[in-house]
Design a binder for this molecule. Structure first.
Ligand SMILES: Cc1cc2nc3c(=O)[nH]c(=O)nc-3n(C[C@H](O)[C@H](O)[C@H](O)COP(=O)(O)O)c2cc1C
Length: 193
């Protein structure tokens, strides 16, 4: 059976804006799609032990108590993927950054992905700021490169702060729907590692 579109929602705030945007995104895809909450998966941070330098693709922290392997597998096997995240201090929350650092296992060797389009919906509380999303965008582009995914420029939403800030925002829902269509148009067939 084909893997579903992978939507990673990255806020620790349950039921907040990222979770709402992820749910909107999921229903906007015509392909089957699943939402995975990174903060619920207990992804441990990279400890720079050097294990993966000797064994590309493997991580000493993988195991039943840790969610990185299953999340990276879902991401690279999907026909399309999208991360949904708040901006924290001009970047991504710690839980998402932990997952990104766990991609270090693919820094050497063959990237596991096969060009899956990889987008992001980024939400920030501030109503403006030219550089608000730059840190996250650069890191996500480099993450995509390391995993063998095709980075798609993120959809950046300003002025989304209170947990229910998306309620009734039909114009933002429409932008998210159009973004899903853009990703789906680029979708191919992922593979697993
Ligand atoms: C620790 C922390 C750091 C934040 N840093 C920023 C920031 O640098 N810029 C900004 O515009 N909003 C910032 N925010 C606001 C969030 O991006 C905003 O509330 C967002 O909608 C939260 O999404 P969520 O409901 O999915 O958690 C921060 C919020 C928290 C809790």
């Amino acid at each position: 059976m084909a893997a579903p579109v992978c939507i990673l929602t990255c806020s620790p705030r349950r039921g907040g804006n990222s979770d709402t945007a992820a749910a909107w995104l999921r229903t906007a895809f015509s392909l089957p799609a699943e939402v995975l909450r990174v903060a619920d998966k207990a992804v441990h941070p990279c400890v720079s032990c050097g294990y993966c330098a000797e064994r590309p693709g493997s991580c000493v922290l993988d195991g039943p108590e840790d969610g990185a392997f299953s999340l990276l597998k879902a991401l690279t096997a999907a026909p399309a993927a999208c991360l949904v995240s708040p901006i924290y201090f001009y970047h991504l929350p710690a839980q998402a950054k932990a997952l990104i650092d766990r991609c270090q296992r693919f820094w050497t060797g063959v990237p596991p992905g096969r060009g899956t389009p990889f987008g992001a919906v980024l939400l920030a509380g501030r109503p403006q700021g030219e550089r608000l999303f730059q840190g996250a965008e650069l890191t996500l582009r480099f993450m995509a490169h390391t995993l063998g995914l095709k980075p798609v420029p993120p959809l950046c939403l300003y002025g989304v702060d209170a947990p229910d800030a998306l309620a009734g925002r039909t114009e933002l829902r429409e932008r998210i729907r159009n973004y899903a269509a853009e990703l789906e148009a680029l979708a191919g067939h992922g593979r697993s590692f």
